[in-house]
Design a protein around this ligand. Structure first.
Ligand code: TYD
Length: 392
C-alpha cells in the first residue's frame, strides 16, 4: 500500500455539531489516501470505528433527493422487467427509496442506523438493524437464498470488504444477481473530486479493483452501467462464476481497458492526482479571497459530507462562508463539523441576500440550477471546485 494524498486533520464528516456542543473539542483524524499496488484498491488509511459513524443519529436520507428517488425507481422497474426476482435483499436500505418500489413480502432491508431502519419498519418493510456480515447472512438464508441483492453507496463504507463478499456469496442464489452501485474512481480522478474521500468512504472503487476483490470469491462482474448519481457512479452487475446462463457483456472488458488506459492501475496516476488536488485547493482559496476583497457575502448550498473535506482541507471557514442552506431536517440549526458554519433551513436563493453561493452539493448541480433559476437570472453566482475551481 502506497500513500499518495494527505487531506489533513478532519472531523467526522457526518457528525453535525449541536449548539450545546459548539465549544466541545471534536475528535479528528488524519485523512490520508493510499493505493494498493496488488489489487488496485484506493482507500483511506486511518479508519474510524463504524459505530461512531453509522448509528441512530445518522443524518443522510436518500429519499430527500428527487434525483436519487428517480434513479432508484428506474432501476427497480428495470429489475422487475429483466429478472423478476421473488426474494430480494438490500444492504444499506437507508430510509427506503429502493425498498418502497417492491412488495413488502418480497424484500428485506439491512440498515444498521436505527433512526433510518425505524422509518421503513413503520412502513411495514422487514428491516434488520444490524451490520451486514457472514453471521447475519447465514441466519437469513437458512431456508432460501436471495435471487437479487442490491447495495448502493454502502460497500464503500465497510471495512472488511472480503467478509462482505463472503456474506454475499453465502446469501445469493446460484442463478442470482448482485447489483452494486458506488462512486466511480475514474470519475473521481478525472473530476479532481477529492471530496469523495471522507471518514465514511473507506474505498472509492474502480472496476478493476472490484474485479480483483471478487476474484477471491465465486463472483464476477457481467455488466457495468454508468449513472450520474453522486458525481458519476458505476452500477456493477455481478453473478456467480458458476452461472454460465448470464453472459459477460463486452462493456466489462471495455471498462477495464478504459481504466487501465487512464492509469488507474498505476501509482504515478495517483501521485499526479494529488499534485492537481493541491493546485485546486490554492485556486479555490484565491477565488474566496478575491470575492471577500470586494466585500461580497458568500453562503453555502448543501451541507454535504463532501463539503466537510473541502472546507477543512482548504482551511475555509466562517470568515468565508456565512452559513449553509440545506433541506435535510436533521442538519438544520446544527453546525458543519470542523468549520462550525451554521446550517439553516433551505429557502430559495436571493441575490439580495448573497450574490455568491458555494455549491457543496455539486453532485446535484442540475437539480439545484433548475430550482434556483431566478437567482441565476438575477445575476447570482455559484462557486464550485469541480472539476476545477471557478465561478459559474
Ligand atoms: P449528498 O450528495 O449525499 O452528499 P454527501 O454524501 O457528501 O453528504 O448530500 C446532499 C446534501 O445536499 C443533503 O444534505 C441535502 C442537500 N441538498 C439541498 O439542500 N438542496 C437540494 O436541492 C439538494 C439536491 C440537496
Amino acid at each position: 500500500m502506497k500513500k499518495f494524498l494527505d487531506l489533513g486533520m478532519q472531523p467526522l464528516a457526518n457528525s453535525y455539531v449541536t449548539l450545546s456542543n459548539l465549544q466541545k473539542k471534536e475528535k479528528k483524524f488524519r485523512l490520508e489516501i493510499c493505493f494498493d499496488t496488488k489489487n488496485y484498491l484506493v482507500s483511506i488509511i486511518n479508519r474510524v470505528p463504524k459505530e461512531k459513524m453509522f448509528n441512530k443519529d445518522y443524518p443522510y436520507k436518500s429519499s430527500e433527493s428527487n434525483t436519487m428517488k428517480k434513479s432508484f425507481k428506474e432501476l427497480s422497474d428495470k429489475i422487475k422487467k429483466k429478472y423478476n426476482p421473488k426474494h430480494i435483499l438490500e444492504i444499506g436500505s437507508n430510509d427506503g427509496p429502493f425498498l418502497k418500489n417492491f412488495k413488502k413480502n418480497q424484500i428485506i432491508g439491512i440498515e444498521p442506523c436505527g433512526n433510518l431502519a425505524n422509518i421503513t419498519k413503520k412502513l411495514g418493510y422487514i428491516t434488520i438493524s444490524k451490520y451486514w456480515n457472514t453471521d447475519l447472512a447465514k441466519k437469513l438464508t437458512k431456508k432460501k437464498k436471495f435471487q437479487l441483492i442490491y447495495s448502493a453507496n454502502t460497500l464503500s463504507h465497510i471495512k472488511n470488504i472480503f467478509d462482505i463478499f463472503k456474506a454475499i456469496e453465502i446469501s445469493l442464489s446460484d442463478d442470482g444477481v448482485l447489483i452494486l452501485e458506488d462512486p466511480s474512481l475514474l470519475e473521481c480522478v478525472k473530476n479532481l473530486a477529492y471530496d469523495q474521500f471522507y471518514c465514511e468512504h473507506l474505498y472509492v472503487f474502480s472496476a478493476i479493483a472490484l474485479q480483483e476483490c471478487l476474484r477471491k470469491h465465486d463472483l464476477e462482474i457481467f455488466n457495468i452501467e454508468h449513472t450520474k448519481t453522486h458525481g458519476g457512479s458505476n452500477r456493477y452487475y455481478i453473478k456467480k462464476r458458476t452461472n454460465t446462463h448470464l453472459k459477460i457483456n463486452k462493456n466489462v472488458l471495455k471498462n477495464f481497458k478504459q481504466e487501465k488506459k487512464y492509469g488507474l492501475n498505476k501509482f504515478i496516476t495517483y501521485k499526479n492526482f494529488a499534485q492537481k488536488v493541491n493546485a485546486s485547493r490554492l485556486k479555490l482559496k484565491k477565488i474566496f479571497r478575491n470575492i471577500k476583497a470586494k466585500n461580497e457575502r458568500i453562503i453555502g448550498y448543501g451541507a454535504t459530507a463532501k463539503s466537510c473535506t473541502v472546507l477543512n482541507y482548504c482551511n475555509l471557514g466562517k470568515n468565508e462562508i456565512e452559513f449553509f442552506y440545506d433541506t435535510t431536517s436533521f442538519k438544520i440549526n446544527k453546525y458543519l463539523p470542523g468549520t462550525k458554519i451554521k446550517i439553516k433551513k433551505y429557502k430559495p436563493l436571493d441575490v439580495n441576500e448573497a450574490k455568491y453561493v458555494f455549491l457543496g452539493a455539486w453532485n446535484f448541480k442540475s437539480e439545484i440550477f433548475k430550482k434556483e433559476k431566478i437567482f441565476i437570472k438575477n445575476g447570482g453566482k455559484f462557486i464550485t471546485h469541480i472539476p476545477s475551481p471557478k465561478i459559474i
